[in-house]
Design a binder for this molecule. Structure first.
Ligand code: SF4
Length: 68
């Protein structure tokens, strides 16, 4: 299966998250990632290796470079 940012987003939204940070902060974090030169293909952070659409949803998560 070819991963796309849209597909990753859809999968992330279906995942149960115990420490969900809330829609507003998710959107804010994603907008920062989308402008970041370290984001590959609109979904993978080159520095931590994660799919950002998943990572941004957790209260305890943080950008590895301190951007959010
Ligand atoms: S997590 Fe941080 S370093 Fe990675 S893409 Fe997002 S803003 Fe950039």
């Amino acid at each position: 299966m070819d991963m796309t940012p849209e597909l990753v987003q859809e999968m992330a939204e279906q995942e149960e998250v115990a420490d969900y940070v809330g829609d507003e902060i998710v959107e804010k974090r994603l907008s920062i990632c989308k402008k970041c030169p370290r984001l590959i293909g609109g979904m993978t952070c080159a520095d931590c290796g994660c799919f950002v659409q998943f990572r941004v949803r957790h209260k305890t998560a943080a950008c590895i470079n301190g951007k959010w």
